[in-house]
Design a binder for this molecule. Structure first.
Ligand SMILES: C[S@@+](CC[C@H](N)C(=O)[O-])C[C@H]1O[C@@H](n2cnc3c(N)ncnc32)[C@H](O)[C@@H]1O
Length: 240
């Protein structure tokens, strides 16, 4: 049965409060990811202000808000299917200081951005919700949206190499059960149900191939995140 608008909001609020708790406890390595991207930006661009920035599946835009706080940007566009997440994102004070725009859209249809190009694109912990075909199309869209010398900051949960989804997800959930000490039993159950139903991570080698097919990468830097399930990459396009 389809959820009514009110029910969807209640479900979203529960998940969102839980996701905030996960971020604030740094269980998904957001702190390391921000640090890795900041260091990369200083090294490759001398820490100058970013140009036009896009975050796909932004949620409440934890990572780009911290990056933009440090370096500034010309404009910021956040895209997410959840209007509620975008409302939360827009409350961050940093977005009062730069031109910002919030688009409620599905990552499987980015036609609203048809005529646009961005200097920096972020996509974090979101592509793994898509099917293989959708991930390929999504990466293709990023290839189209990114300016020639732009940078794609990509971070996600990955499948361990040569493991089937179920086995890798079992290991991921075992790690969560052991490591995420502040999570209650009811919260763990919510996470377990969500991950088993909605997470379709890929191996790094699969993503590498998809990225190549999308005509996107060619030079990629794997950034130092300690956790074996969460990886962050800076993908750049070489000038022709
Ligand atoms: C785990 S959160 C990640 C949020 C944020 N990027 C971060 O790094 O913490 C996943 C986000 O992707 C969004 N999302 C999932 N599937 C989507 C889709 N098909 N289209 C648009 N947004 C989607 C969700 O609404 C949620 O905000």
């Amino acid at each position: 049965m389809a959820e009514s608008g009110g029910q969807v909001d209640v479900i979203f609020d529960q998940h969102w409060r839980l996701y905030r708790k996960v971020i604030e406890s740094n269980y998904m390595d957001h702190e390391e990811i921000v640090e890795a991207f900041s260091n990369h930006w200083v090294k490759t661009a001398g820490g100058k202000p970013m140009g036009r920035v896009l975050d796909l599946g932004c949620g409440d835009a934890e990572v780009p808000s911290q990056i933009v706080e440090q370096f500034g940007c010309v404009s910021f566009t956040g895209v997410d299917s959840s209007g509620k997440a975008l409302e939360e994102a827009a409350k961050r004070p940093i977005w009062d200081t730069v031109e910002s725009r919030w688009i409620t859209a599905d990552l499987r249809d980015l036609s609203q951005l048809d005529r646009e190009k961005f200097d920096t694109v972020f996509a974090g912990f979101t592509a793994h919700h898509l099917s293989r075909e959708e991930k390929e199309a999504f990466l293709g869209e990023i290839g189209r949206l990114l300016k020639q010398d732009g940078i794609f900051y990509f971070f996600d949960v990955f499948l361990l190499e040569s493991m089937e989804r179920e086995e890798s997800i079992d290991q991921y959930l075992e790690w969560i059960a052991e490591d995420w000490k502040k999570i209650t039993k009811a919260e763990y159950d919510m996470i377990d149900t969500h991950i088993r139903a909605a997470d379709f991570p890929e191996t790094v080698s699969w993503i590498d191939e998809a990225v190549k097919k999308a005509g996107l990468c060619i030079s990629r830097v794997r950034l130092p995140i300690k956790n074996k399930f969460h990886l962050a990459f800076a993908l750049t396009r070489k000038s022709p």
